[in-house]
Design a protein. Structure first.
Length: 306
């Protein structure tokens, strides 16, 4: 049986969070409680998770407000591990949850990372900068003495990479497809499907806590270059007209100067690929043999409904 018995998930109605909660509830009685931390327990997604066995606890609207601290502490009492799967808008709010976790006696906090290595690449990939203070806080002597952490990295999401965000167009498949390649297209990318990230998180929570205590855990579904991905699409769509356009590194760097919002993030990720920042140095998949991650081929097969 897992050493951690009571798990709370922040961001539990998003893709990774939902799948994590479902995984944790799959074996009835394996965990004493799986708590959904949400501002809206009456939402359709929240109610679905409650039906499966999750326990909802309503969060205050502003986690960072001083008036919310005592309520957060009360909400987190009895919890062994807090797993945060929030998106970009909720990254900074994790600070308040970390301090409340300490007061509530939580053992471990898993922050929302799930990407590339911020220790190495945060200075040159600006949009992941908000994760740096959270990581630093968890590693600080005053916090780490009272609260364990685990940081999970997975490269890029496979279901994000094979999308319009990265220049793919499968609307006319199986007769046609389009791809936009950054640079020479020959730099490997680590890809992990979001559902597999959730599966790995569940296995981390089931494993001996010492294995991942205060560690960076790297998991990976597949690694593939942009050119290999194009070839794979052509193989899976024989006879299809696959149009490939290329954007040079120089053009990307020029576009990035004035990029804002959506384009700022998109071009940052494109540049991350051509600079080799989307490739994990290694992975720890062997620590979690129960997870059989989705390959790029398998994901495309499903995406293209083959």
């Amino acid at each position: 049986m897992p050493a951690f018995k009571n798990i709370a998930v922040l961001g539990g109605t998003a893709t990774i969070g939902q799948q994590l909660i479902k995984d944790l509830l799959a074996n009835k009685g394996e965990f004493s409680s799986v708590v959904l931390l949400t501002r809206d327990p009456d939402s359709t997604k929240a109610k679905e998770l409650v039906t499966l066995g999750a326990t909802p606890r309503r969060l205050p609207s502003d986690l960072s407000a001083a008036s919310s601290r005592s309520l957060l502490v009360e909400i987190l009492k009895g919890i062994d591990v807090v797993v945060s799967t929030v998106g970009a808008a909720g990254i900074a709010e994790q600070e308040a949850l970390i301090h409340a976790s300490i007061e509530a006696g939580v053992t471990r906090f898993i922050p929302s990372e799930f990407g590339i290595n911020g220790d190495l690449h945060a200075p040159s990939v600006a949009f992941i900068g908000e994760k740096v203070p959270i990581r630093a806080l968890l590693r600080s002597p005053e916090v780490s003495a009272k609260l364990e952490h685990t940081i999970v990295l997975n490269g890029f999401f496979a279901d994000g990479f094979f999308s319009g965000f990265f220049g793919w167009n499968f609307e006319k498949a199986p007769t046609a497809a389009a791809a936009q390649v950054a640079g020479a297209g020959d730099v490997p990318i680590s890809l992990t499907h979001q559902s597999d990230v959730a599966h790995y998180l569940a296995e981390i929570l089931r494993a001996d806590p010492a294995v991942t205590r205060n560690k960076v855990v790297q998991v990976e579904g597949d690694r593939i270059t942009w050119n290999q991905a194009v070839l794979l699409v052509k193989e899976l769509l024989p006879g299809a007209a696959v149009t490939v356009t290329t954007t040079t590194v120089e053009d990307l760097e020029k576009q990035f100067v004035d990029a804002k919002g959506y384009d700022f993030v998109r071009i940052s990720l494109y540049l991350g690929v051509v600079r080799g920042q989307a490739l994990l140095s290694h992975n720890h998949n062997k620590l979690f043999p129960a997870v059989k991650p989705t390959t790029a081929r398998a994901y495309l097969h499903s995406l293209l409904k083959l």
